[in-house]
Design a protein around this ligand. Sequence first.
Ligand code: NI
Length: 138
Amino acid sequence: MASDLVRFSVAIPSTLLGEFDAFAARRGIAVNRSEAIRDLMREKLAEDELDEPDTEVVGSITMVYDHHMPDLTHKLDEVQHDHIPLIVSTMHVHLDHHNCLEILAVRGRSSEVHELADCLLGIKGVRHGKLACTVLQG
Ligand code: NI
């Protein structure tokens, strides 16, 4: 709401401002500087909130692995069956003769989601593993 907006001035080097404008234009994150800065502030605050163990987060865990690796698929299954409440959905794609892509949609306390990701991505043979999560805005 417009009535909630506060104006303040910030002094920054012109080169930094130029680089920021170019960054915002590349990313297409905003139509003006104020919106670009608001977006970045919200992003940083959400990132900070992610570090709080009790924060409710949603996101995905992406993994690529060779399903021929002995015992690997069994270990991945075991870990997932031990964390059923955190896993909303899974998708498995057989990429080629060797490689599988698995994507898990996850939801839960930040500390538990991170623990699950560490557990899965730490299994020998999992490549290109990544957790991406965000905080649900009320
Ligand atoms: Ni597969």
